[in-house]
Design a protein around this ligand. Structure first.
Ligand code: NAD
Length: 256
């Protein structure tokens, strides 16, 4: 379905971004990867799906590097058709103890990066008359949890940006939507499981069950594969008139 299209997925060396990149590649899209850590392993997993893969190591807290990455993607494949703004980090602390450098980093990486990538990618999509922008927000773009001030602020902002991007392009073939996962067991969440297990002196499994029990009625983690399938839907012809939604995939978290 996406053969001949190119998708840039930020933060696709791991977790949800890798899951979405693989789902888009399985539909034939060439992939521009981004993110830190091991690159070769995830790159090989995507290439095994029979598409072309390129990698750019832009730091998503740096607007000039984001612009360079979008230009690189265009050089490699002609144009970005699908932009998935996914890179993100977390820090957990009460506001009065929240380190200012963590606040700045979360706002830059989890929110402002989506603006910078979108503004750089939009003109080519507008010239082509087709595009898909998918912002990986969170249930924390819709509701709050204590000790996540920067993350909740950034994710609410991303949903606002999603709506404005959708409206400004509403008469075109370019759509913009947000995905709002509940708990997904990626390295980002494993750190929170480890912290809970250490703080309460409980096992890893008990910490996972407590985490789910506090917020997610299904008591199940959402998977990167399920989120990838939702991203594919947004890119499909059935998604042509889905504009500016924040779609939670959260085991009932936000329904409470
Ligand atoms: P992850 O830690 O597995 O992956 C994060 C990715 O972002 C990695 O590829 C990492 O290298 C990259 N990254 C981090 N900082 C970067 C930077 N400065 N520049 C470039 N890349 C950078 O985490 P994940 O859980 O897959 O998170 C992906 C997105 O999903 C994030 O935006 C996160 O907020 C969101 N999310 C996650 C969950 C969850 O439960 N895991 C729930 C809701 C939303």
């Amino acid at each position: 379905m996406l053969k001949g299209k190119t998708a840039l997925v930020t933060g696709s060396t791991s977790g949800i971004g890798l899951g979405i990149a693989k789902a888009l590649a399985a539909q034939g899209a060439n992939i521009v990867m981004n993110g830190f850590g091991d690159v070769e392993g995830p790159k090989a997993e995507i290439a095994a799906l029979g598409v072309k893969v390129a990698y750019h190591g832009a730091d998503m807290s740096k607007p000039t590097e984001i612009e360079a990455m979008v230009a690189f993607a265009a050089e490699q494949f002609g144009r970005i058709d699908i932009l998935v703004n996914n890179a993100g980090i977390q820090h957990v602390a009460r506001i009065e103890n929240f380190p200012v450098d963590r606040w700045d980093a979360i706002i830059a990486i989890n929110m402002s990066s989506a603006f910078h990538a979108t503004r750089a990618a939009l003109p080519a999509m507008q010239a082509a008359g087709w595009g898909r922008i998918i912002n990986v927000a969170s249930v924390h773009g819709l509701v709050a949890s204590a000790e996540k001030s920067a993350y909740v602020t950034a994710k609410h902002g991303v949903i606002g940006l999603t709506k404005v991007t959708a409206l400004e392009n509403a008469t075109t073939g370019i759509t913009c939507n947000a995905i709002c996962p509940g708990w997904v067991l990626t390295p980002l969440v494993q750190k929170q499981v480890d912290a809970k297990a250490a703080a309460l002196g409980i096992s890893n499994d008990e910490a996972k069950n407590q985490l789910l029990g506090e917020k997610e009625p299904s008591l199940q983690f959402t998977t990167p594969e399920e989120l990838g399938a939702l991203a594919v839907f947004f890119c499909s012809p059935a998604g042509n008139n889905v504009r500016g939604v924040a779609w939670n995939m959260d085991g009932g978290w936000v329904a409470q």
